[in-house]
Write a protein that binds this ligand. Structure first.
Ligand SMILES: Cc1ncc(COP(=O)(O)O)c(C=O)c1O
Length: 466
């Protein structure tokens, strides 16, 4: 079926016939224009424009009706290798060889890291890295608060205290200026998060870490192939952690990886993730360090290896669409994109929009999200202020934490969450488009921008009816 777009409306021109298949491009454009004029004459330009411009929440036509790419997305040609592994009976990496070490070598090469270690998840990559960075019970770690809850939990599992730096409302990442005032004699590491795949201000963070002799563990769980000043995220601090969970850009159901430029540190991680056994430069007899079983299986590594080229192509596709959206959003106003460090490329796990309700006649964020949903464009509200959930009441009232910190320190710690003003603002104003939207074609990006323009033009009416 041939169709064209006229004032945001999809117009069906003709069913394909053998003759239509030979239409030249010029002939096609002429036909489209003629049909559009005919349709305009039939409906009257005002009726047509009014209908097209009305938000779907107020009875207009949705800006996007075609659906969005499904995720995860697999290929039939990946199947024989999975069956081969199944039939081999060698599913665990414990015996040596197999797909897991191959994936580790490929992942390190792709990122320009000295070494990579595959793990069972992003969470276990973080736990392992914090151990290797020397974080122990009673220590403190400076953490980005705007993140998935696993970042907090990885610190808590070490019986260390996650001390939150503030979030920069323009970048949505850890504000380097807020770090130093939070460092105490117990601080061991800084844990910045490249949230939504947007690189943090790593030069500033690394400089503070060097000054205070702290380790830097990058949470790059959403930042596969993101770049900071020409280097891949996950290779800029001491260790970098990735997630390959089902929703991620390179998924294996569950799975994770650690990358680093220091071989000894990654070998230390290897020992910890393999029950404390000796590995590479990290030698000893038997299980000579603390450890855990955080090993990846060969099935997961096989699926990951199959997706490396796909990840590269899709990252470029998401980035091109994100660039287009950024240019469009900057023209609309009130829906600003986040600021990235110079010479950086984001991976865009979510594409965040900094929504300013004041420029939408006070239309609340929730109502804006609802209106976008009606336009056929699913959005989310991003992370909330998770430190105000019960988790930290449980932490500071636990026997272990009461043994490790004074009552005064824990009380002041709990109260300090009120100072996270930048983070509170980010939680209140961020609207996120999922990564699958960025995998659609360019016309779908126009639909996203059209939807926002319509909602803005009718925001007073939408706000009244809220
Ligand atoms: C920022 C961040 N950190 C850590 C994790 C934990 O990864 P996993 O779910 O693989 O344990 C995730 C996963 O969603 C994440 O998004």
């Amino acid at each position: 079926m041939f169709f064209a777009f006229f004032r945001g409306q999809k117009i069906i021109l003709k069913d394909p016939t053998p003759m239509n298949n030979h239409l030249t491009r010029r002939h096609f454009i002429q036909t489209a224009a003629a049909s559009a004029v005919a349709l305009s004459a039939r409906t009257g330009p005002n009726v047509f424009a009014a209908d097209a411009a009305k938000p779907a929440l107020l009875g207009g036509k949705p800006a996007h009706t075609g659906g969005w790419p499904k995720w995860p997305d697999w290929r039939q040609q990946w199947e024989p290798e999975i069956v081969e592994i199944l039939r081999s009976g060698r599913w665990s990496r414990a015996g040596g060889g197999g797909k897991v070490p191959t994936f580790e070598a490929e992942w390190a090469k792709l990122l320009g890291a000295k070494k990579a270690l595959a793990t069972s998840s992003g969470t276990t990559a973080l736990i392992t890295s914090l151990y290797a960075a020397g974080v122990d019970a009673g220590d403190e770690v400076i953490v980005a608060p705007y993140t998935f809850i696993a970042t907090y939990n990885a610190v808590l599992i070490q019986k260390a205290l996650p001390v939150f730096a503030d979030t920069d409302p323009e970048t949505l990442t850890m504000c380097p200026k807020s770090i130093e005032s939070r460092i105490t004699e117990r601080t061991k590491a800084i844990l910045p998060v490249h949230i939504y795949g947007m690189p943090c201000y790593m030069d500033e963070i690394n400089a503070i870490a060097r000054k205070h002799k702290l380790a830097v563990v990058e949470d790059a769980c959403q930042a596969w192939l993101a770049e900071y000043k020409g280097r891949k995220c996950g290779t800029v601090g001491d260790l970098g952690c990735f997630s390959f969970q089902n929703s991620k850009h390179i998924p294996s159901g569950e799975g994770g990886a650690i990358t680093g430029m220091n071989e000894k540190l990654v070998d230390k991680c290897h020992s910890y993730h393999n029950c404390g056994r000796s590995f590479g430069t990290n030698t000893g007899s038997g299980a000579f360090t603390r450890g855990n079983n955080f090993r990846m299986q060969h099935f997961q590594a096989s699926i990951l290896l199959s997706q490396i080229e796909k990840l590269k192509k899709e990252t470029a596709h998401r980035q091109a669409n994100a660039d287009y959206l950024i240019a469009g959003l900057n023209q609309i106003g009130g829906v600003a994109p986040a600021r990235l460090p110079e010479n950086s490329r984001a991976a865009w796990h979510l594409f965040p929009i900094r929504y300013d309700a004041a420029q939408f006649n006070g239309l609340p964020k929730g109502r804006f999200i609802q209106a976008m949903g009606k336009e056929g464009i699913p959005c989310g509200g991003g992370y909330h202020e998770q430190y105000n959930d019960g988790i930290f009441d449980e932490v500071i009232n636990s026997t272990g934490y009461k043994r490790l910190w004074s009552a005064d320190r824990l009380k002041a710690y709990r109260e300090s969450f009120k100072d996270l003003k930048g983070n509170a603002q980010v939680c209140a104003t961020t609207v996120g488009l999922s990564q699958t939207l960025l995998l659609a074609d360019r016309s779908a990006m126009d639909h996203i921008l059209d939807a926002i323009r319509k909602i803005k033009a009718h925001s007073a009416e939408l706000a009244k009816k809220a």
